[in-house]
Design a protein. Structure first.
Length: 159
């Protein structure tokens, strides 16, 4: 009987490796100019234009409570989709660098620890074990309050 595997996009924030399910990721963009919008929450960097669509960009470091860092040449924007029921929002997420798409067996995933991480464990779907360490699988729907993001979209459309 074969193991159930899923694909994940891995990326770095600070010194840790994180991942999102590939099914949530629309594309990965090189760093580009981000237009700042006054009055946005502190973790919102602003908006970018993706083929005529206005897409909010969040600083994952700020949202996860990690120390700030200037963007480098390796920095990238991961364009992901956040869903709640029938509603979907597109969001750009800043990452220090994007690693690869990797397969992980469900057997290699463990529930998040109750302590010992610098981010809230409710934001973590699982911890993946790899030969070179651990990968923290993020739960985007829990990290970002859907109603708060929907308000950002509403304010952007009204501006």
């Amino acid at each position: 009987m074969s193991e159930i595997t899923s694909q994940y996009l891995t990326f770095r924030l600070a010194q840790e490796q994180y991942a999102l399910e590939v099914s949530q990721v629309q594309e990965v963009l090189e760093m580009q100019d981000i237009t700042h919008i006054p009055g946005m929450p502190g973790y919102m960097r602003g908006v970018i234009n993706i083929r005529g669509r206005v897409v909010p960009v969040v600083d994952l470091r700020a949202k996860l409570g990690l120390p700030a860092r200037e963007n480098t040449e390796e920095a990238a924007i991961i364009v992901a989709e956040i869903s709640e029921g029938e509603s979907h929002l597109t969001l750009g997420c800043l990452a220090d660098s994007v690693q690869e798409v990797t397969n992980m067996d469900q057997a290699a995933l463990e529930p998040p620890p109750k302590m010992g991480t610098s981010i809230q464990s409710v934001w973590i779907k699982a911890i993946g074990k790899k030969e070179d360490g651990f990968v923290i699988l993020l739960d985007m729907e829990r990290i970002f309050n859907f109603d708060e993001l929907a308000q950002v979209y509403k304010e952007e459309k009204e501006a």
